[in-house]
Design a protein around this ligand. Structure first.
Ligand SMILES: Nc1ncnc2c1ncn2[C@@H]1O[C@H](COP(=O)(O)OP(=O)(O)OP(=O)(O)O)[C@@H](O)[C@H]1O
Ligand SMILES: [Mg+2]
Length: 258
């Protein structure tokens, strides 16, 4: 990140995470004992080859998938070894999610899409309307509030999904290739907003990306390979985005054959 930001308590703790998928008769171990810890106000980028298990990792953290071994804690609450309805509860309260393909509800307009997390949490409606309008304004879409997803560009849809992911100020944000389907200018705007909003809210962020340029904005880059975090890159000067970071990131990607 460009300037120093208070890094706070641990918001995500993943220990010894194992995840298997049955591929025909053969179980395939995708995650083989992965450890990851992220603190409030910290942004961690995850890079790794296609099929390495990056989306699998986010799905396990979000409690969308059951883990085979290991532990996950989100904002001090267990996300592993608990029933699915309990995982859903923790996810709604404590996690915001942004996906590569936006995942907006096509039959709801921008305002209604952004309001969803607050409605699910049964927040008071007077509070909700104000908060939703403020978030839509913050991502620069005030004039599009009544529009439907099909009337927006990919970049605009992603801004809506960022507003929706952060409207309830979750302690943890998970983003899976948030800039994977937009043009470079829109990608830049998405990164700017992701960083400024999560800094303001002190959110812990885990962002999967294939873009070294976007990964370079994170406080730490974790390289996922062979089911674990095989390597980690931190900016040499803490909290500073260095011009030659990109060179180092490309070197690590080449070394790890990512
Ligand atoms: N529901 C599933 N059932 C069976 N196998 C799965 C399932 N989901 C993922 N896999 C397998 O797990 C492995 C990891 O998949 P994952 O989607 O996590 O990769 P990724 O790192 O996100 O890749 P990409 O960069 O292409 O998005 C792949 O081999 C994939 O085929
Ligand atoms: Mg993926």
């Amino acid at each position: 990140m460009t300037d120093s930001v208070a890094i706070g308590e641990t918001r995500l703790a993943v220990r010894g995470l194992q995840k298997d998928y049955a591929l025909g008769a053969e179980p395939v171990r995708v995650l083989t004992g992965l450890d990851l810890s992220v603190r409030a106000g910290e942004m961690v980028a995850i890079m790794g080859p296609s099929g390495a298990g990056k989306t699998t990792l986010l799905n396990c953290i979000a409690g969308l998938d059951e883990v085979d071994a290991g532990e996950i804690e989100v904002a001090g609450q267990a996300m592993s070894g608990i029933a699915e309805n309990r995982r859903t509860h923790v996810r709604r309260e404590a996690i915001g999610m942004v996906f590569q393909f936006f995942n907006l509800i096509p039959t709801l307009n921008v305002r209604e899409n952004v309001a969803l997390p607050l409605q699910i949490l049964r927040r008071r409606s007077s509070e909700t309307a104000e908060r939703v309008a403020a978030m839509i304004d913050r991502v620069g879409l005030a004039r599009r509030a009544e529009h439907f997803p099909f009337q927006l560009s990919g970049g605009e849809m992603q801004l809506v999904s960022i507003a929706r992911a952060l409207v309830h100020e979750p302690p943890l944000l998970l983003a899976d290739e948030p800039t994977g389907n937009v043009n470079p200018a829109a990608g830049r705007r998405i990164m700017d907003l992701l960083i400024s909003l999560t800094r303001e809210q002190g959110t812990a962020v885990v962002m999967v990306t294939h873009s070294p340029e976007h990964a370079a904005w994170a406080d730490r880059i974790c390289f996922l390979k062979d089911g674990v975090i095989a390597n980690e890159f931190r900016h040499p000067e803490s909290g500073r985005h260095q011009a030659d970071d990109l060179k180092h990131i490309y070197e690590r990607l080449l070394d790890l054959e990512i």
